[in-house]
Design a binder for this molecule. Structure first.
Ligand SMILES: [Zn+2]
Length: 510
């Protein structure tokens, strides 16, 4: 015991943090759902499947949002897939996110190359959806079907795996080499001037951000590799452990919210949640205040806080209030809580405790400066990469009326089909630049990413012209700027325009 105490002395008792993390992780692994979250299956009675004439409200659908009673709605029909959850070829974990909600656009965009899932789904039908939580999009005009076929043919004819994970591994390996080298130089090498340490802390922030727009983003969309091991391994390593945030939180916000309801006020968690009181005025429906006149000046500097905020949002919203903006969060397993705790403990240990213990050459205020330099850099990296893609003066913004939703008066139907909406709410830039694709995680090809999130980002430069051609045939044009600077200018212009006293609300509902 005394030996253990001796061994721990140089680190202080803070060293127990990673040990605690390992313990929590092992506990979570050993006590999987079979033990901790014992599930009693409650599929609908057999008669419901044989005579699927019942109608349900979206609130009724929402109550069946867990493994023991798993319902989804696709194209206005309700399915009880409780018996199918464990047999989902894409794994159970990702399916659990979709339960209890209208999963039409998730279903279509994650199975674009096959009709088999639709055939399988048929036998689980129990009824129809009478009311909708959010307005629905117009049915596919044929564009998305044809674009999917073109893409499928490309992968088949060229013998290419649409989710090949090794592209990501090769591209991220040098980033992690830089990450660990920068970390070591900042915190473990004596005699380095403080200004050089700050510069390295900025580099560390870039190297923390690049894997997030890179392979973490793909992992959250199940587009790196073909198994849960890849998705959760890559995702949790880069987002939970290395960055102290949460894959569960990100998937709720980005995959369920932002990708399905892109730029839909009242449904996209990336937009302000309330019509008044947000520091950002991004859509016409928001009430105007005089302070917004300067939002194009004060918002960009505030973007740096984003990375820090995401470390809190999982605790305050997703894990406690069970909501991520307008998106309901499905029940979270004990394992997920334990894993969140263990990841936060590891991040806190290597980012705060180790520097505090080992880096005695600099003062504590200087340590805080180094920490914030890294965090703000990551925040800017993520914000400026993501914001220019959708908050721009040339994209559409749609509106989901919360009052109507609560009173059950939805569905209203958007004027656009879903795939069309993805094109009209998204900006691309620098299509000819491999460097832009590498450093942004192919966010310069954001439109095709929104259309086909289940395809690895490393294919986008090659297949994008094929999809742009199909879009043109249907009268849809991708918006592409020549450079990132142009896209950024359009983002700032949008902030400035919306900051001026606004025009009347422009509703996009029929
Ligand atoms: Zn995405």
């Amino acid at each position: 015991m005394s030996c253990l105490a001796c061994a721990l002395t140089p680190l202080g008792w803070w060293a127990l943090l990673p040990l605690l993390a390992l313990q929590l992780e092992a506990f979570a692994l050993l006590h999987d759902a079979r033990v901790l979250g014992r599930v009693t299956r409650r599929p609908s009675p057999k008669a419901s499947f044989e005579n699927p004439s019942a109608t349900f409200t979206w609130q009724e659908l929402a109550r069946h949002n867990a493994e023991e009673s798993a319902w989804v709605a696709v194209d206005g029909l309700v399915y009880d897939i409780t018996e199918f959850v464990d047999r989902h070829p894409g794994g159970k974990e990702i399916l659990l996110f979709a339960l209890g909600r209208d999963a039409t656009n998730l279903f279509n965009s994650y199975h674009p190359f096959t009709d088999v899932p639709r055939v399988v789904l048929k036998k689980y039908r129990i009824g129809s959806l009478a009311t909708f939580e959010h307005p629905v999009y117009k049915p596919d005009s044929g564009f998305y079907k044809e674009a999917s076929q073109v893409l499928k043919r490309y992968f088949e004819e060229n013998g290419v795996d649409s989710k090949n994970p090794w592209n990501g591994v090769v591209r991220m390996a040098p980033v992690y080499v830089c990450f660990f080298a920068a970390y070591y130089a900042i915190y473990c090498v004596p005699g380095v001037p403080f200004a050089a340490r700050v510069a390295l802390a900025v580099l560390l922030g870039v190297c923390q951000g690049m894997p997030l727009t890179g392979w973490m983003h793909d992992a959250s969309h199940v587009s790196i590799g073909r198994s849960e091991k890849w998705w959760w391994g890559v995702g949790r390593f880069s987002l939970d452990y290395m960055s102290g945030s949460s894959m569960v939180s990100w998937r709720n916000q980005h995959v369920l919210g932002h990708h399905v309801y892109t730029n839909v006020m009242g449904a996209d968690p990336d937009l302000p949640t309330d019509l008044a009181g947000d520091p950002r005025r991004l859509v016409q429906q928001q009430a105007w205040a005089s302070v917004y006149r300067w939002q194009h000046l004060y918002l960009p500097p505030l973007y740096g806080i984003l990375a820090l905020k995401s470390r809190m949002q999982d605790l305050t919203e997703v894990f406690s209030k069970h909501t991520n903006g307008p998106i309901r969060v499905n029940p979270i397993s004990v394992q997920d809580y334990l894993r969140m705790l263990s990841a936060k403990a590891v991040w806190l240990f290597y980012r705060v405790v180790v520097p505090y213990v080992f880096l005695t050459a600099v003062s504590r205020p200087q340590l805080a400066v180094l920490f914030l330099a890294t965090e703000f850099t990551t925040g800017y990296w993520l914000a400026f990469n993501f914001q220019v893609s959708h908050i721009s003066d040339e994209v559409d913004f749609l509106f989901s009326d919360t009052a109507k939703r609560e009173s059950g008066k939805c569905p209203a139907v958007y004027e656009q089909e879903w795939a069309e909406s993805q094109i009209k709410t998204t900006i691309d830039y620098s299509h000819d630049s491999p460097l832009a694709a590498y450093f942004s995680g192919a966010l310069n090809y954001q439109t095709i990413h929104h259309l086909f999130p289940c395809v690895s980002q490393y294919h986008y430069p090659t297949v994008n012209p094929l999809i742009m051609d199909v879009a043109k045939k249907y009268g849809y044009e991708f918006k592409v700027y020549d450079s990132y600077a142009d896209a950024l200018a359009a983002h700032i212009r949008h902030l400035r325009n919306l900051g001026r006293e606004g025009k009347p609300a422009e509703l996009k509902l029929e």
